[in-house]
Design a protein around this ligand. Structure first.
Ligand code: ADP
Ligand code: MG
Length: 421
């Protein structure tokens, strides 16, 4: 079967990035910085509804060796992409304008552009730079390799340009805003703020409770290793389907439903249910459109699931995550998948098969994670069972004539920062 994709040790990732830097630019970098990919434990399609989500930083990281330049040129090389690319920071602009940059350099150089636009650069501008990138975060698997790249560049520029934002959570929130802006405006990819918040603001041994209404975060203890558990991440490698417009349509239906309910966002409906002012049934009874009812049922119940999972984890941190507490967390994952499949209708045959097979072979709970229509699923498994569950999913995919999936095993890891190796 496919092996579990191992996370690189910091020393290994840093050495790879340094070697690529030296081979390409014929000099030593000033340093190496890294940022993680992420998976969301629960809270899917809640971000644009001002809701709650609960991502963790993966142990899999993107490494960037970087050295500032005396001019405004950015030269970029990546072990995952061909060639050396050059961007001029004085002409770089948003996607769809004359300054547009094609392809992956938009994510890296876009961060410099966004730091300046956000007014975060000390002297009004950041220097040009040479950078070499290498990564063990699978790209395009819904594990946010794009944010890992942006956030690694952001912490690197924070250091070399003396922005002093990386030292506390408030500063990291501002770096995250710049990375979101780089992805939205320069790369032209719509994204909420979850990926960048996880990469910059999560902590090892914790999940990050992110309130998408105001960007507030809370560290929620999730010491899976102490509990003898791990998250098996299953990259389904499902072929890209014709799902254009589905994301936009979900957003629109949610906005319309909030309008019909007379609230600013569906978060308000979830809060009213949470505080006992109303019930889910009473909320749904106010809507006469069937599509709206299904989407609202998912969003309101999903925000509730984030809350109840967080409450459980707060009571049962570390090794105490066992017995009925573990059952509650696991069944929350299962319920989230069912809700995304039935009510939000964003799953696909590969995700359903991954989740069902993992459960049938001993996973405590499992769900699709990310936007859906492909990408990855997660299964909460006893640490010793990860390979066995992965092998079962691999077999099931072969029998269904699906492309072979890829696997990695994850516990909540550290956020972006310098690599001291
Ligand atoms: P995801 O973030 O889920 O992995 P995206 O489509 O958002 O998928 O981002 C993937 C894109 O990010 C890649 O196509 C590439 O442009 C860029 N990218 C990510 N990692 C790297 C890397 N190591 N080197 C160069 N580009 C990268
Ligand atoms: Mg992405």
């Amino acid at each position: 079967m496919s092996a579990l994709l191992e996370a690189w040790a910091d020393a290994d990732g840093a050495a790879r990035a340094r070697r690529l830097f030296a081979a390409t630019f014929g000099a030593e970098p000033t340093g190496v910085w890294a940022a993680p990919g992420r998976v969301n434990i629960v809270g899917e399609h809640t971000d644009y509804n001002d809701g709650l989500c609960l991502p963790i930083a993966l142990p899999h990281r993107t490494f960037v060796a970087l050295r500032p330049r005396p001019d405004r040129t950015v030269r970029l090389v990546s072990a995952q992409e061909p060639g050396v690319r050059e961007v001029d920071l004085d002409t770089l602009g948003p996607a769809g304008t004359a300054g547009e940059v094609a392809g992956w350099p938009a994510y890296a150089a876009g961060v410099a552009w966004a730091l300046e636009r956000e007014g975060l650069a000390a002297a009004g501008s950041v220097p040009g730079f040479d950078a070499a990138v290498d990564s063990c975060v699978p790209a395009g698997a819904g594990l946010s390799s794009s944010a890992a790249l942006e956030c690694a560049v952001a912490v690197a520029l924070d250091d070399v340009a003396g922005l002093r934002l990386g030292g506390d959570d408030a500063g990291r929130a501002r770096l995250a805003d710049a990375c979101v802006r780089a992805e939205n405006e320069v790369a032209g990819a719509p994204t909420g703020g979850m990926d960048q918040a996880a990469a910059l603001r999560a902590q090892a041994g914790h999940a990050l409770l992110l309130d998408c209404r105001d960007g507030a975060v809370r560290q929620v203890p999730l010491d899976l290793a102490a509990a003898g558990l791990t998250l098996l991440v299953i990259d389904t490698r499902a072929p890209h389907r014709l799902v254009d417009g589905q994301y936009g349509r979900r957003r629109r239906v949610c906005e319309d439903a909030a309008g019909a309910l007379g609230v600013p966002s569906l978060r308000s409906a979830a809060d009213a249910v949470e505080s006992g002012q109303t019930t889910p049934g009473a909320v749904l009874a106010l809507l006469d459109d069937d599509e709206q009812r299904k989407r609202v049922r998912h969003v309101v119940s999903e925000i509730g699931r984030v809350r109840s999972l967080v409450a459980r984890l707060a009571q049962h941190p570390g090794a105490q995550l066992e017995g009925s507490a573990l059952d509650t967390v696991a069944s929350g994952l299962d319920a989230s998948h069912e809700s995304l499949r039935r009510d939000y209708e964003v799953s696909c045959p590969e995700l359903d098969l991954a989740v069902e097979t993992a459960r049938a072979h001993g996973a405590r709970g499992a769900r699709m994670t990310g936007g859906g229509f492909g990408g990855s699923a997660i299964a909460l498994v006893d640490s010793g069972d990860a390979r066995h569950v992965a092998a079962a999913v691999d077999r099931a995919f072969a029998e269904a004539h699906f492309d072979a999936p890829a696997f990695l095993s994850a516990i909540p890891a550290a956020p972006a920062g310098p690599v001291r190796a």
